[in-house]
Design a protein around this ligand. Sequence first.
Ligand code: SAH
Length: 380
Amino acid sequence: MTNRGAARARSGHHWVYRSDVERAAGEVGDVVRVTDKARRFLGYAFYNPKSEITLRIVTREEEEVNEAVFHARIERAQAYRKSLDIDADAYRLLHAEADGIPGLVVDRYGDFFVLQAGSAAIERRLNWILAALEDLFAPAGVLLRGDSAARRKEGLETEVRVLSGEVPEGVVVREGQVRYRAQLWTGQKTGGFLDQRENHLAVEHYARDRVLDVFSYAGGFALHAARFANSVEAVDSSGDALKVVCANAELNDLSNVTFTRANAFDLLRERSDAGERYDTVILDPPALAKTKRDLSAAARAYKEINLRALKLLSDGGILFTCSCSYHFSREMLEATLRSAAADAGRVVRVREWRGQAKDHPEILAIPETRYLKCAVLECL
Ligand code: SAH
């Protein structure tokens, strides 16, 4: 590979882009030996010439990448999750590169496991993964959610199918003191926003009186907030998401949650123009910057919703604001929030900065594995 690619690989990054591959031999999904120009060994990698990320390094050792390696990595991933004392029965068991299996995500919902196979090499080795899951967990069912955008980039078919056992449409799981229904076949991601779990729990500490949960989806924040607030209004543009929030509120005997179907941008503007006041506002929009090209539009959008939210807050009110766009860095979010606070004329105290839950670990050398940022801000 090119000197640039080799330097990147030596820095610890696992990805090699197509433009850094000089010569390659193999089929889509093969494990190939990777060397620099001088033929010095760099590792073994998953190979996919159809993907922009052509090589994903699996090991830097001279070892065969076989079923035993997969088993050991899944076992290690579970040992790490165990050490976290997760107060929930849905969590991410395996987080791709950050757990040593590039392109593979395994989420656990009680006795059911949902896989996302984002690379051709994983697709070819699903039987190894199933064997390891069977051995370690004896799952009631394993579902493949092959409908992510990542798959299209890898030239893979989009499909959702059962790999073993039986998998129901939805399953009720627990997150702290809240129970919710995760839609395994059709829900966003693998059925829930597991990366927000610790933040959902943290909201219990901040939520009080009148709460507005914007971009609520199935109510990840709203349900936890409702346990400590007088009233919570969940807002989403998706009617299906709101139906699930409604069912989830019932499941938890929470009668103080209301649901509004609206475009968040319009609703925030209307409410702030009308002089409404809330004590806690939660903003968890979808990734507004999916690529670098979207950055300036995303900055405007993040600023708009945060500006409105700050205007809506009572004195002492809390804004719990998130960005899951990798490209929109923590620094950019911070600058955007600063500018929104200035325009809103509010003095804002930073209570804390938060990130993705610990079962979605990041690898120091792969900046792309840190994507979720949440600021908890108090309006003085
Ligand atoms: N807060 C949720 C996850 C939110 S995902 C949790 O923690 O579980 C983002 C949500 O924003 C999706 O449900 C999507 O339907 C909704 N959404 C996207 N664009 C929107 C818009 N313009 N207005 C309102 N909701 C929107």
